[in-house]
Design a protein around this ligand. Structure first.
Ligand SMILES: Cc1cc2nc3c(=O)[nH]c(=O)nc-3n(C[C@H](O)[C@H](O)[C@H](O)COP(=O)(O)OP(=O)(O)OC[C@H]3O[C@@H](n4cnc5c(N)ncnc54)[C@H](O)[C@@H]3O)c2cc1C
Length: 503
């Protein structure tokens, strides 16, 4: 049986850890059943944002009339938009080609499953059956998540799309005439924005009392009110049945409280009602890795599972399903796997940021008001509308306007920032400095220098206040322009400083 030093399942953030293993000359295996690059590159963040930006421009053009400029959108060049989107997804092919020639790496294309303690085999995509079994000394479960399909009668017969088939073989030749979106969370909100801007008649069906329920209630209400200018938003409704009538898909929806039934119609149905764990595909029970009641892989604060030398990062642990959080965990996991025991670092999720790239846009970091109170904090709250500042007015926002976005801050008694929430233009960019501030209160202890530890030097410094360390220690919302400034740090070069050389 082949024995690898490092086995990584999943080529999203898992690739970051694989790279380190390869640099350390380890014998490595990577298992991936879909496109190389994972969800973010091939069916998530990146292609969706290539569609969001043109949609934003359409809404901006409409908003321009508020400041005295009448703009007409003459044409939506769907072919060009699609071409630009595929150019990003197709980066995956280059990555696959590159990986296939890396020495010390075996790339398995198919679904990996555990067959025993630290042992696996792969059901190969080429239809040739299973690979030979193999084992791993260290195993990283970076297996992500997939779309949760709620139990809706007839849905499999009628057909539907998910983010995976949308950024795959179901990508439409033209925007649909009408679209039913089941779910009202982050992914649903972004797709609703994209398609409503491109002229599709969109209906959102959400069973909770509000859309984007992860956000402050005021933000959910603001988004719902603004969305309703461009689409139908039905909250408190659960989709129960789906059928096809004269080529049109019809979904029966039922009110969560009154039981009232209605029908909504669309050319297509997009299911975006949450994500589910891939641990079932991996058959983690065969190696004794524990999952929680919803199937997410359980990890400790060092990102280890309950089994020694089996680690888990990213969406697979069910927490904060964002790519920058998966990257953050991959860095920490790399440190904890390959570095010396005494330099292990534990995860800190107190300042995980994210954005919802809808129109209006939402930026979020830290706790909501309700979460802070629930955790026992005594808090202050601050709110400020865009219209109250000169630039906000200049951008066309006036007091009382339906689209006059706002900032909401939650701070504790000692003025420590607990959460920051923004809804309106550039929300992702506006919220990012709060992420940096929330990471600025670190106390710096220099770890003992160790020959074995291949930790970047920046981490082994104790700079003074005012340094870039809060930025370095923070997650940067992906994909956002904050990455340009945040990642500039990665290109630091000495100008007139003599560097010491460590191994
Ligand atoms: C439509 C959409 C938009 C999004 N937009 C954003 C955004 O703007 N910003 C953001 O930060 N996040 C966004 N996300 C979330 C982001 O894509 C994920 O958080 C991130 O990709 C998770 O990375 P990961 O490495 O944990 O898993 P993934 O990137 O999902 O990688 C895991 C890989 O493992 C494979 N796999 C799973 N099980 C097995 C197995 N048994 N054998 C072989 N292979 C297996 C999967 O097929 C997958 O390719 C979006 C997601 C979606 C769906």
């Amino acid at each position: 049986m082949d024995k690898y030093d490092l086995v990584v399942i999943g080529s999203g953030a898992g690739l970051n850890i694989l790279n380190t293993g390869l640099q350390m000359n380890m014998k490595c295996a990577l298992i991936e059943d879909t496109k190389i690059g994972g969800t973010c590159l091939t069916r998530g963040c990146i292609p969706s944002k290539v569609l969001v930006h043109p949609a934003d421009l359409i809404r901006e053009a409409q908003h321009a009339s508020k400041v005295g400029i009448q703009l007409d959108v003459k044409k939506i060049d769907w072919d060009l938009i699609a071409k630009r989107m595929w150019s990003q997804i197709d980066e995956s092919k280059k990555m696959e080609k590159g990986l296939s020639t890396v020495p010390n790496l075996t790339l398995y294309r198919g679904i990996g499953e555990f067959t025993g303690e630290y042992e696996m085999k792969v059901k190969l995509n080429d239809g040739s059956g299973y690979s030979e079994p193999f084992s791993g000394e260290n195993i990283v479960l970076a297996s992500g998540a997939r779309t949760l399909i709620p139990p809706i009668e007839g849905i499999e017969d009628v057909g539907y799309i998910t983010n995976r088939s949308f950024f795959g073989d179901k990508f439409p030749k033209q925007p649909w005439k009408s679209l039913i979106i089941i779910g009202g969370g982050v992914i649903a909100a972004e797709f609703a924005h994209i398609f409503s801007a491109f002229g599709t008649d969109v209906t959102i069906v959400e069973m909770l009392p509000r859309i984007v329920a992860t956000e402050e209630p005021e933000i959910s209400a603001f988004l719902e009110q603004n969305f309703k200018k461009y689409m139908n938003v039905l909250v408190n409704f659960k989709a129960t049945k789906s059928e096809k009538k004269d080529k049109i898909k019809v979904v029966t929806i039922e009110h969560m409280k009154t039981g009232e039934k209605k029908e909504v119609k669309g050319e297509e149905i997009l299911v975006a009602a949450g994500r589910r764990s891939n641990a079932d595909l991996l058959k983690v029970e065969n190696t004794g890795v524990e999952t929680d009641e919803r199937g997410w892989i359980k990890t400790n604060k060092y990102l280890e599972t309950n089994k020694k030398s089996i680690w888990c990062i990213g969406d697979a642990n069910g927490l904060y399903q964002f790519r920058h959080k998966a990257n953050y965990e991959s860095e920490l996991c790399t440190n904890n796997m390959f570095g010396p025991e005494e330099q292990r670092k534990s995860v800190d999720y107190s300042s995980v940021p994210w954005a919802i790239f809808s129109y209006p846009q939402v930026g979020h970091v830290g706790m909501t008001q309700a979460e802070a109170i629930e955790k026992g904090y005594e808090i202050f709250v601050a709110m400020k509308n865009y219209s109250t500042v000169a630039k906000g007015f200049a951008m066309g926002f006036e007091q009382g306007d339906e689209d006059d976005g706002f900032v909401k801050l939650i701070v504790d008694k000692s003025y420590k920032i607990l959460g920051a929430h923004v809804v309106g233009p550039n929300a992702a960019v506006l919220v990012q400095p709060f992420v940096y501030l929330m990471n600025s209160g670190y106390s710096c202890v220099l770890p003992e220098y160790s020959e074995a530890a291949d930790i970047p030097k920046i981490d082994r410094s104790c700079p003074e206040g005012g340094s870039f360390m809060p930025i370095y220690n923070s997650m940067v919302i992906h994909p956002s322009l904050n990455e340009v400034t945040g990642w500039a740090i990665g290109s630091l070069r000495p100008v007139n400083i003599k560097m010491e050389h460590h191994h």
